[in-house]
Design a protein around this ligand. Structure first.
Ligand SMILES: [Zn+2]
Length: 163
């Protein structure tokens, strides 16, 4: 059980009740205040980075193409390269901000695989620490307080301003 990564069992992400796609909508916000509320760390031309509102650990981020696509094979070559470019920046940023001992990085494709938003593909980046798996079920059941998320946002944001 020590290496259990809960996202594979079904993810909880910032889904909207009205059926709108938050991975499309959140990066569209204009003001830095709105972007902060939506936890958007980076909005590039082809790739976005958003914090998960239901994190498995501090610094659980979602990287997604700007385009609303469901499948990896729908990524253009440019989007594929950019996704990994941003992944490199993301793991570096989390390492500088939180100094984790490991990472889980993965994509749930389709409802059967546990995807929370199956219409818009996204990559989970979850920092890990030795012994943190005991802590995680607690985080998923008790809704993480917004202050905690905003604090994490402030810590990570400067690293994404240099991309
Ligand atoms: Zn979308």
């Amino acid at each position: 059980m020590n290496n259990l990564w809960a996202p594979w069992r079904g993810e909880y992400i910032n889904a909207k009740k009205d059926g709108a796609c938050f991975l499309c909508d959140a990066p569209q916000k204009r003001s830095s205040e709105e972007l902060k509320t939506e936890l958007v760390l980076f909005k590039g031309a082809v790739t976005s980075v958003i914090m998960n509102k239901f994190p498995y650990n501090s610094g659980h981020l979602l990287i997604s193409p700007v385009r609303h696509i469901a499948k990896i094979e729908e990524l253009t070559p440019e989007e594929s390269i950019d996704l990994f470019r941003i992944l490199r920046h993301t793991t570096a940023a989390i390492t500088m901000a939180f100094n984790p001992e490991g990472f889980n990085i993965g994509i749930n494709l389709g409802r059967a695989a546990g995807a929370g938003i199956e219409e818009h593909m996204h990559m989970h980046v979850v920092p890990r620490w030795n012994g943190d798996s005991n802590f995680m079920p607690l985080l998923t059941e008790v809704k993480v307080i917004p202050e905690h998320l905003q604090e994490t946002f402030e810590k990570l944001k400067p690293f994404f301003e240099r991309i």
